[in-house]
Design a protein around this ligand. Structure first.
Ligand SMILES: *[C@@H]1O[C@H](CO)[C@@H](O)[C@H](O)[C@H]1NC(C)=O
Ligand SMILES: *[C@@H]1O[C@H](CO)[C@@H](O)[C@H](O)[C@H]1NC(C)=O
Length: 345
């Protein structure tokens, strides 16, 4: 009963977004490179988890097409060689050591998505949308942001009190008690992170110096498609949403939490939850995304009228890449990766 009610509420809240494309992406690699913000630099200041096409590289020249260079993708659709990445979450033990929090797939009204690490992707169209062009890239949020109200409604964390990722908790993304701060409550079995990107484009620039000012949020917050676009950024893009499930269950014992006032769950940015952000480099083949949006493809399966092809989880999960900035990222670490390569505790 409760599930039916929640599902009905969710569907109602997503009325504008019923044709959203929702699919799983497994881990391509976990490393510090960031070809958008720090091209050419191997050990940037924070660790990322990256999914998508295997042409992901330390430097990604916008003139080169990831759809041509990639030989596989860790996402469900064969045509999607885009790269998507975020900071990762760490648990801090009271002894001062850190460990990366495991990521799991998610459920939801359209059924469970299967991924090995990684994240769930949404492309939410509102009416007729214009797909991204080759070379397009952008960032949502900022690793330097400290203002917990700035991205309210678009970037948030939810305390997922159910140990079953298929049993829905809460309302629409970034509503209710969802917060930019990372919850620190032993009742949370998982922490669901949402990153919603701007969906209004200036129609001219594929990127900008801050990787953000060529795009803008629209008239509404949340996963509704984004609302009306301002005159400065009149072109309506599909609204991209990342959804990550950080499984904090194994860290529920409060007696191992820090006693020095620091938070048990922290993003790899070395700042609070307000620093959460997402990076995107477009890499769909040809006009496949435009066709899929026009045809209202909406599930993680073949969509013949939109011409996109689903691949099975064992196939996309097998698309991985060795670290280009090699360092220890699993198990207990003496400190969070930054500066020189990290060392095992
Ligand atoms: C990554 O970049 C290096 C150096 O620019 C280049 O030699 C290599 O071919 C690139 N790899 C891929 C998969 O694009
Ligand atoms: C979350 O972590 C717990 C504890 O390690 C584990 O038992 C559980 O299976 C994990 N959940 C998922 C969905 O992987």
């Amino acid at each position: 009963m409760q599930w039916t009610l929640l599902a009905a509420t969710l569907v109602a809240q997503h009325a504008a977004a019923q044709s959203m494309l929702r699919f799983a992406c497994s881990q391509l690699v976990v490393e510090r490179t960031d070809p958008l913000v720090d091209p050419g630099k191997k050990y940037t200041e924070h660790l990322h988890q990256i999914v998508g096409g295997n042409a992901f590289n330390v430097t990604m020249d916008p003139a080169q097409d990831p759809a041509q260079l990639s030989t596989c993708t860790s996402c469900s659709f064969q045509e999607d060689m885009s790269n998507y990445w975020t900071a990762v979450m760490f648990f801090k033990h009271k002894n001062g050591n850190y460990i990366r929090v495991p990521q799991v797939g998610n459920g939801g009204p359209q059924g469970k998505l299967v991924n090995k690490g990684g994240l769930d992707l949404y492309y939410i169209p509102q009416g007729k949308v214009t797909a991204f062009k080759k070379g397009f890239r952008m960032i949502a949020g900022s690793p330097n942001n400290k203002d917990t109200t700035r991205n309210k409604g678009n970037i948030c964390n939810r305390c997922w009190t159910s140990s079953n990722e298929n049993q829905f908790v809460g309302g629409a993304p970034c509503t209710g008690s969802d917060s930019m701060d990372v919850p620190a409550d032993p009742k949370c079995k998982m922490i669901r992170q949402t990153v919603i990107f701007p969906h209004c484009w200036d129609g001219k620039n594929l990127d900008s110096a801050d990787h953000a000012s060529h795009v803008s949020y629209g008239g509404s917050r949340g996963a509704s498609g984004g609302g009306a676009c301002p005159a400065s950024h009149p072109v309506r893009l599909p609204q991209i949403m990342y959804e990550l499930m950080w499984n904090v269950t194994e860290f529920a014992d409060k007696s191992i939490w820090p006693t020095d006032g620091s938070k048990p769950f922290q993003y790899s940015t070395h700042q609070d939850g307000a620093s959460a952000h997402g990076d995107y480099i477009f890499g769909w083949k040809g006009d496949s995304l435009q066709k899929a949006m026009d045809a209202k493809c909406n599930l993680d399966r073949d969509c013949p009228k939109g011409g996109i092809h689903y691949q099975r989880p064992d196939k996309y999960s097998a698309c991985t890449k060795p670290q280009q900035a090699p360092e220890q990222v699993d198990g207990w670490l003496k400190r969070m990766p930054a500066g020189a390569p990290a060392v095992k505790a």
